[in-house]
Design a protein around this ligand. Structure first.
Ligand SMILES: NC(=O)c1ccc[n+]([C@@H]2O[C@H](COP(=O)([O-])OP(=O)(O)OC[C@H]3O[C@@H](n4cnc5c(N)ncnc54)[C@H](O)[C@@H]3O)[C@@H](O)[C@H]2O)c1
Length: 248
């Protein structure tokens, strides 16, 4: 029960990596609010995991929704110990000069503006309590960008830079901020990164991962649990590759 007594918000927690983080947090004793656009999926996971997990419909790009998410967590738990900024999206692989402005704006809003909005709503609460752990789910794309995903890569580079900036500013306030950099993982988003899900494209992606497999939601849950637990109380500003060696 490494997260016993803690309460957490996981954005995008209904699916993929976020769901893996929610499952791990719940199994380690945390109370969790899943904040996701897909409320049906979020509710189903909350029901499956029992009364320590709740769900709320949140669009992380909308200030009103993010405020309502923070209010819901405070009403349910009385405090927010952990915030996981996991909700994210991509454009399809394409030459950088062919990606539409709409796609660019959507990716930057979900992957970057959301971190700004959750900070505005939740950091003041953490500062008042002089405690808190924030985890940003970035990507190996921030470290070792793949071609044709340029604006997605850039959004994740923004996120790792924001992680380090937030960490240095919030350290004197008792708040830690870290990131994980997942490699390609078995989630619904993988198909969008690959463009097309064929054995050939899968083999190409796999050939870049020295440990020889895609990452899983459970891998991210395990890394997130460590970084958000008191075991990592001396760890801040770290962007941890969970990537089977891809960035070596
Ligand atoms: N899957 C990969 O290969 C991979 C690799 C590196 C990083 N990541 C990152 O991991 C994170 C999770 O991705 P995933 O692969 O689990 O994807 P996923 O599509 O399985 O899950 C993303 C979740 O975010 C939710 N979401 C999307 N937009 C939202 C919004 N505006 N407001 C609230 N919720 C929203 C979706 O409903 C979904 O439940 C993302 O930040 C992604 O960039 C994924």
């Amino acid at each position: 029960m490494r997260l016993d007594g803690k309460s957490a918000i996981v954005t995008g927690g209904a699916s993929g990596f976020g769901a893996g983080i929610v499952r791990k947090f719940a199994s380690e004793g945390a109370k969790v609010l899943i904040a996701d656009l897909n409320i049906e999926l979020a509710n189903a996971l909350a029901v499956e995991l029992g009364e320590s997990v709740q769900a709320t419909r949140t669009n992380v790009t909308a200030r009103g929704d993010v405020k309502a998410m923070a209010d819901a967590a405070l009403a349910a738990f009385g405090q927010i110990d952990i915030l996981v900024n996991n909700a994210g999206t991509t454009h399809l692989p394409a030459p950088m000069d062919e990606i539409s402005e709409e796609d660019f704006d959507r990716v930057l809003a979900v992957n970057c503006k959301s971190v700004f909005l959750t900070a505005q709503e939740i950091v003041p609460h953490m500062k008042r309590r002089r405690a808190g752990a924030i985890l940003n789910v970035a990507s190996t794309a921030a470290v070792s960008p793949r071609p044709r995903l340029s604006w997605y890569n850039a959004s994740k580079g923004w996120m790792t830079n924001a992680t380090r900036g937030m960490a240095i500013e919030l350290a004197p306030e008792g708040v830690r901020v870290n990131a994980i950099n997942p490699v390609a993982g078995e989630t619904p988003l993988l198909k969008m990164f690959m463009g097309e899900d064929t054995p050939e494209v899968r083999a190409k992606f796999l050939s870049t991962i020295p440990l020889g497999r895609f990452s899983t939601p459970a891998d991210m849950g395990n890394a997130a649990c460590y970084l958000c637990s008191d075991e990592a109380s001396m760890v801040t500003g770290v962007c941890l590759e969970v990537d089977g060696g891809r960035c070596i």
